[in-house]
Design a protein around this ligand. Structure first.
Ligand SMILES: [Cu+2]
Length: 127
């Protein structure tokens, strides 16, 4: 490997880290995705769990049942639990499975939920 090859590799590696950081952790200004209302009036949305939660920001209406389906697409133990503290929910998410969590937000506001270790973070905006 020549020194030039090395610097190109290093540059590429740096770029990959930057891109990953941006998508996983830089959630400022992340667009909120509104939960879709089903026939029964339930607000349903699937959140992909893979190194983070996506969409990172979910928007729901207050006073109506919310059904979040956590689609965990990894085995990383970090994401094996999800904690929606504002609603007193702590659930185990089996790897490569979908886990449905339901709650009815009574109050409007911006609420954070996390993994069991408070490392991964997602936001639920209740309007
Ligand atoms: Cu974690």
């Amino acid at each position: 490997m020549t020194p030039i090859d090395g610097s190109v590799l290093l540059g590429a590696a740096g770029l990959i880290v930057l891109v990953n950081w941006y998508f996983l952790f830089s959630r400022r200004g992340a667009p909120a995705v509104r939960a879709q209302a089903t026939d029964g009036g339930v607000q349903a949305l699937t959140v992909r769990v893979a190194g983070g939660y996506s969409p990172a920001v979910v928007e729901v209406e207050r006073g109506r049942l919310v059904r979040l389906t956590f689609d965990r697409q990894e085995e990383n133990p970090c994401s094996e639990e999800v904690v929606l503290a504002p609603w007193g929910i702590r659930r185990f998410l089996p790897a490569h499975q979908q886990t449905t969590i339901e709650f009815t937000p009574a109050e409007a506001g911006r609420f954070e939920y996390t993994c069991g270790m408070s490392m991964l973070r997602g936001t639920i905006v209740v309007k």
